[in-house]
Design a protein around this ligand. Structure first.
Ligand code: ADP
Length: 255
């Protein structure tokens, strides 16, 4: 089992009053599963991903990764777990002044000491460079290895972010609406690439593209108002379930 969540709540403190982003979420995700998270904006998808990659801790309930409670981990144990979980964000979050190759090499940073990281960015060892170049080749960007990240298009930057995850070589890949800012043609290409890269790994993706989710993800978790609205095989997700998932709040309140 990769992840187990029991009655998880996540509450953000805010000046306008606390925001309950997740509430009573119980979920288990096995190693190697492909799960799409669907739901309207504000449903709690990003918050759930933050719990999975241990950048947020539940306010109540527990999340376990391979049986270990994430909230109980600190220091090198926490870093060790984070290394095994790679995330591709909506914005590629590259270092703009570094080359595509150097950004891909950053996939190693979680497992390197600061000194080694600095050395690597200045003059990477040939074996590390080979791994990063192979990753750039996989994402079709070998010819851009020496280009600065800020000279690349949005789609190319997202490819570098995927290459960085390949270099990290995690067991779990999380993605948070990775194609939201790309045009539809690019989305299809990058989705194929991401699915290819995630082969043999657990993949959990927050997606706004319902068709893409149903076509490529065997399991769909629908989130609404911080709760699991449904957790079903893609083939069992009906148009009615999707209508209710995305229904306007006002209608939900009346119904
Ligand atoms: P989704 O990814 O489905 O759009 P989020 O997890 O981003 O949903 O947000 C869930 C809820 O938590 C929303 O109401 C959002 O406004 C709120 N939220 C998210 N992040 C924060 C934060 N850092 N501080 C306060 N509220 C937040």
């Amino acid at each position: 089992m990769s992840f187990e969540l029991r009655e998880v709540a996540l509450v953000y403190p805010s000046r306008a009053g606390a925001v309950r982003a997740l509430d009573g979420v119980t979920l288990a995700i096995a190693g190697g599963e492909r799960v799409a998270l669907l739901g309207p904006s504000g449903a709690g998808k990003s918050s759930l991903l933050k719990l999975f990659n241990a950048t947020a801790r539940p306010t109540a309930g527990a999340i376990r990764f391979e049986g270990r409670r994430l909230a109980a981990l600190a220091g090198s144990d926490l870093r060790a777990v984070r290394r095994r979980i790679g995330t591709v964000f909506q914005q590629p979050s590259l270092v703009p002044s570094l080359t595509a190759l150097q950004n891909a090499l950053c996939g190693h940073l979680g497992s390197w000491s600061l000194a080694r990281s600095l050395r690597a960015l200045l003059a990477a060892a040939p074996s590390d460079t080979r791994v990063a170049l192979a990753a750039l080749k996989t994402v079709g960007l070998l010819d851009k290895a020496a280009a600065r990240a800020d000279e690349l298009s949005g789609g190319q930057q997202q490819r570098v972010a995927i290459a960085r995850v390949l270099v990290q070589d995690p067991e779990v890949v999380l993605t948070d609406e990775p194609f939201a800012s790309l045009d539809p043609g690019l989305t299809a290409q990058l989705a194929d690439l991401l699915l290819h890269v995630a082969q043999g790994r657990t993949l959990i993706a927050a997606l706004h593209d319902v068709e893409l989710a149903l076509a490529h993800f065997p399991r769909i978790v629908g989130l609404r108002g911080g709760r699991v609205a449904f957790d079903a095989k893609a083939a069992e997700v009906s148009p009615q379930m999707l209508r209710e998932l995305y229904a306007h709040e006002a209608r939900g309140a009346v119904g």
